[in-house]
Design a protein around this ligand. Structure first.
Ligand code: SF4
Length: 294
């Protein structure tokens, strides 16, 4: 079956040493079983350094160094494993990041996670969020019966309707799926945000500035694209109407949080931060979705 991706996907390539928020800092990198076996059999000048850097466990992972840096990240921000052994020597997580996958009744979809600085730049600068193109093939798999793609297309039509203001688009989306601000009061949302786990503790207070009624910025183009991304990532994997509604609720919640904490200068950085803290933490995503799931 085919793999589809938003059009901007093909423009992505890691900016490596030019990245200010390298994914090789601060994250524990798990090593999949096949790669762990490959590392055990590896020979060559860099093999010992790779083996010595592995913390055994289930799964094993690279032992982070000073400043929580991956031990294979050099002073220029480049990967020593790639330099010494080539890209084929990377473990699955390093090879795939920042890609994510889900299945729809039309086939598999792949996207780029907004926690990645370069992915975030592409997502917030592309208006082609509704355009999906084939980017590969995988063996056939059982696909969900629920057609989330057609539900998403309807929301994207609303989002790109230039006869509506951005606030009207958002209202129509929330009304269409009956995701109402009263589902989660601002007070309850702030309390919930205060209880989540954070990679960077100082963000806890910042995220508690959440207000569903905060005013939209003058330029809402990047916000439309951010909301389209959140719908793509969180509503499209739905296997039922109830799950789709929950995904739309999560997407609107992330969008309101973004408007609540971002200024005109740091919208992209705040979007990246929300992705890093909420989307990339299963616990946080589940905690928020649970509150929205009635
Ligand atoms: S966050 Fe993205 S751009 Fe930065 S190092 Fe990781 S993959 Fe590359």
């Amino acid at each position: 079956m085919k793999i589809f991706a938003p059009k901007y996907y093909t423009e992505f390539s890691c900016i490596a040493d030019r990245c200010k928020h390298s994914c090789c800092i601060g994250w524990e990198i798990d090593i999949d079983a096949d790669t762990a076996e490959k590392y055990r059999r590896m020979t060559g000048a860099y093999a010992t350094a790779v083996l010595d850097s592995i913390e055994p466990g289930d799964p094993p992972h690279f032992r982070l160094g000073e400043g929580e840096r991956c031990p294979h990240l050099d002073e220029k921000g480049l990967c020593r494993i790639i330099k010494a052994c080539g890209e084929d020597a990377l473990c699955d997580i390093c090879r795939e990041h920042p890609r994510f996958y889900h299945d729809t009744c039309r086939g598999r979809e792949v996207g780029l996670g907004m926690a990645c600085e370069e992915a975030c730049r592409l997502i917030l600068s592309s208006d082609a969020y509704a355009e999906f193109i084939p980017v590969g093939e995988v063996p056939d798999a059982e696909l969900p019966g629920f057609d989330a793609v057609v539900c998403r297309a309807e929301l994207y039509r609303l989002l790109s309707d230039r006869d509506l203001s951005y606030a009207e688009c958002r209202k129509k989306i929330s009304e269409r799926w009956e995701v109402l601000p009263s589902d989660l009061s601002d007070e309850a949302a702030r309390e919930l945000l205060g209880e989540l786990e954070y990679l960077q503790e100082e963000r806890r207070e910042r995220f508690q500035a959440y207000s569903s009624a905060c005013a939209d910025p003058e330029n809402t183009e990047a916000l439309r694209r951010a909301l389209a991304y959140f719908i793509f990532r969180h509503a499209t994997p739905a296997e039922s109407e109830a799950e789709f509604r929950e995904g739309v609720g999560f997407a609107l919640f992330c969008e309101r949080l973004l408007v609540s904490i971002a200024g005109p200068e740091d919208l992209a950085e705040c979007a990246r931060m929300i992705s890093e803290e909420l989307e990339y933490s299963e616990e946080n995503t589940e905690a928020i979705r649970f509150e929205l799931s009635f």
